[in-house]
Design a protein around this ligand. Structure first.
Ligand code: COA
Length: 263
């Protein structure tokens, strides 16, 4: 059953273990009003609440209603003064620290805060008509939620400077070449490609998936030695999980697909 917030809709598919969150301000190209930002957090929280009694929901797909992912921060709110939400309590940080993997499914425009939202997700999969960029320079500001930092890590600092200093819109295929997007598909193939990828992630042992997300985040934030020690510490308790036993049993018996429970 879908749950409506003011500006987002969330839906959980019990059969696949995939949750869906839709940015729902299509008349404004899903521009990020402060309400939309709050609703993204509330929607993701509601989806993860399904996991109170174990891990049923394993992955979330975020997309925009009306043919665009998101055209950035709501420029109409700029006249009301600087954003009141600090970056460490923003939806960007919430997605980055969300325990489950989040896939951004991108059609149409993915600009400014929309691109920062997508880059806060774990994966970005777009259709060939999608266009992305950081146009804030044209408003005499910079991307305020880490856009330059995030592109610098996904691609490199020179690419980040080019995109942020020119403010130009680039085609999704260029994003894939640069490593900013994971994959690009023909528009009529995007839904199936994202479903297939999400369901693949959802079929894996959830505790491993969550641990890998944390490890990859650590890789961008710590030194190599500290990161490797973190992985070694995370690895040991996973050896004691039922899902580890299930994976080993399925490998040894070689005649059935393992079913993981998140335990
Ligand atoms: N904030 C608020 N409203 C926005 C918006 C934004 N970031 N981006 C688009 N919209 C609104 C427009 O005001 C317009 O609303 P209206 O129909 O009530 O006038 C509607 O969305 C459609 O946008 P429009 O500009 O008419 O469409 P377009 O196809 O000509 O251009 C864009 C699309 C995305 C290129 C253009 O809207 C744009 O440049 N938006 C701003 C992008 C930006 O600078 N983002 C970073 C902000 S920091």
């Amino acid at each position: 059953m879908p749950t409506d917030f003011d500006t987002t809709t969330v839906e959980f598919d019990e059969e696949t273990g995939v949750g869906h969150l839709t940015l729902n301000r299509p008349d404004a190209m899903n521009a990020l009003s402060s309400q939309l930002s709050e609703d993204i957090v509330a929607g993701l929280r509601a989806l993860n609440d399904h996991n109170d009694d174990g891990v049923d929901m394993c992955v979330v797909v975020v997309e925009g209603a009306g043919g665009n992912f998101c055209a950035g921060a709501d420029i109409n709110e700029f006249s009301e003064g600087p954003p009141t939400t600090e970056v460490d309590r923003s939806h960007y940080r919430f997605i980055q620290e969300y325990p489950l993997p989040v896939i951004a499914k991108i059609r149409g425009y993915c600009l400014g805060g929309g691109l920062e939202t997508a880059m806060s997700c774990d994966f970005r999969i777009a259709d060939t008509d999608a266009r992305f960029g950081l146009p804030e320079v044209n408003l005499g500001i910079i991307p305020g939620a880490g856009g330059v930092q995030l592109i610098s890590r996904l691609a490199n600092p020179s690419v980040a400077k080019e995109i942020a200093m020119t403010g130009k819109h680039l085609p999704a295929e260029r994003g894939a070449e640069l490593g900013i997007f994971n994959d690009v598909h023909a528009p009529d193939e995007l839904d199936d490609a994202v479903d297939e990828f999400a369901e693949t992630l959802a079929s894996k042992p959830p505790l491993s998936i969550q641990a890998i997300k944390k490890s990859a985040t650590m890789a961008t934030q710590t030194g190599l030695r500290e990161g490797i020690e973190y992985d070694a510490d995370t690895f040991k308790p996973l050896l004691a999980t039922e899902d580890h036993q299930e994976g080993v049993r399925a490998f040894a018996e070689d005649d059935y697909e393992p079913e993981f429970q998140g335990k």
